[in-house]
Write a protein that binds this ligand. Structure first.
Ligand SMILES: C[S@@+](CC[C@H](N)C(=O)[O-])C[C@H]1O[C@@H](n2cnc3c(N)ncnc32)[C@H](O)[C@@H]1O
Length: 357
């Protein structure tokens, strides 16, 4: 059972973490929120009865995301004027005190709606991670000259199921992916680059998730947008681009546990079955991760040279990486089950450092 001091510390720590990975706005607002909580203000009121157990409840991000949703849907205009995600080019210079007052006013005006919002866990789908997936698919293409059946577990809204439609512009003038794409990722790749000139052909796309988001619906899009931090305009813009791709090529994400999805798969002759997952394993228990590994081993045992299986996993790092970078991409292929570390990367895919292979 967590205590009031734990909640205050959690708000402060999450604010500092937001500052570390690119949101000075949330760093400031969550620091004010921690003060307000400690003083028994409206933050304490909406969080009354809340505990941080069980699991990673991320109360701070639930609170910030809920309030962001009001700003995005036009119900918090005094706050929205400071949020680049809503005000765009008309955004006012960030005034932490004034923004906090407007944030706090939302809690005072809508305590029950905010409390209802806190009940939903944050849900994100980061299209920037396609920079990781695309490089992984190019590496794989160099091994298997076969079209790909792409299956994503923990897919959220499935936005990363269209990696062949995302463009990457590299610093030295090369690019990967179609020029018409509404999603361009700028100069994310460093190190020993994957082969750039191999075509990736995707013949089947499937996504599953325990809690899928339907971006064909306005509520689904609002849900995803609300958990992106409002001062991260690049992420917001590329998310809108990913919504456009999803509208042009809808791929419903099925509600299903990851283990069940992998257990039900069979290799398909003439194609490489590629199962991709990103920032999903941390939500599984140790036993759940072991079960997932076992399901992959069972699937891999059915693989043949004409029907290979690959697991591309972008998860909290399992091998050494440059300082400050916490996530790694590994490739496991069957027949054989060999594991190759391919890259380390920023958790959102903003910079990807490819290892020499
Ligand atoms: C941080 S999100 C990442 C979503 C997406 N992979 C991405 O990189 O943008 C984690 C996702 O894992 C899903 N998830 C958690 N546990 C799961 C499980 N046991 N089976 C399937 N999906 C799961 C959550 O619902 C959530 O959509």
């Amino acid at each position: 059972m967590s205590t009031a001091a734990d909640l205050e510390t959690h708000l402060r720590r999450q604010g500092a973490a937001c500052g570390d990975i690119g949101s000075p706005m949330y760093e400031a607002l969550l620091s004010f929120a921690a003060d307000d909580y400690a003083a028994g203000g409206p933050v304490a009121e909406v969080c009354r009865g809340w505990t941080l157990e069980p699991g990673p409840a991320v109360l701070a991000l639930r609170l910030a995301g809920t309030v962001h949703r009001f700003a995005l849907s036009g119900q918090a205009p005094d706050l929205a004027r400071f949020y680049p995600s809503v005000a765009g080019e008309d955004v006012e210079p960030f005034d932490p005190g004034a923004a906090w007052t407007a944030f706090r006013d939302v809690l005072v005006a809508r305590p029950e709606e905010v409390r209802a919002g806190l009940a939903s866990p944050p849900q994100t789908n980061e299209i920037g991670r396609s920079a990781v997936l695309i490089g992984g698919l190019l590496h794989l293409r160099a091994r298997f000259d076969l079209p790909v059946r792409l299956v994503e577990i923990g897919a959220s809204a499935g936005l990363n199921l269209r990696p062949d439609q995302v463009r990457i512009d590299l610093a030295h003038g090369d690019s990967v992916g179609p020029g018409w794409s509404p999603v361009t990722l700028y100069d994310p790749w460093h190190g020993s680059l994957p082969p750039l000139d191999l075509p990736i052909e995707i013949v089947e796309r499937r996504g599953t998730d325990l809690d899928p988001v339907d971006v064909a619906a306005a509520a689904g899009r609002l849900r995803l947008l609300s958990y992106v931090w409002p001062d991260q305009a690049v992420r917001i813009n590329r998310l809108h681009g990913a919504f456009d791709l999803a509208a042009a090529l809808p791929i419903p994400v099925v509600q299903e546990d990851a283990v069940r999805t992998v257990s039900a798969l069979k290799p398909a002759p003439g194609t490489a079955t590629v199962i991709w997952h990103s920032v999903m394993a941390q939500y599984l228990s140790n036993a759940g991760r072991a079960e997932l590994d076992a399901a992959f081993d069972d699937l891999g045992a059915l693989a043949t040279p004409d029907a290979p299986v690959a697991r591309l996993a972008f998860e909290a790092n399992r091998f050494p990486s440059p300082a400050g970078v916490l996530f790694g991409l590994t490739l496991q292929t069957w027949p054989g089950g060999a594991v190759t570390p391919l890259a380390s990367a920023h958790p959102h895919g903003d910079t990807v450092t490819w290892l020499r292979n």
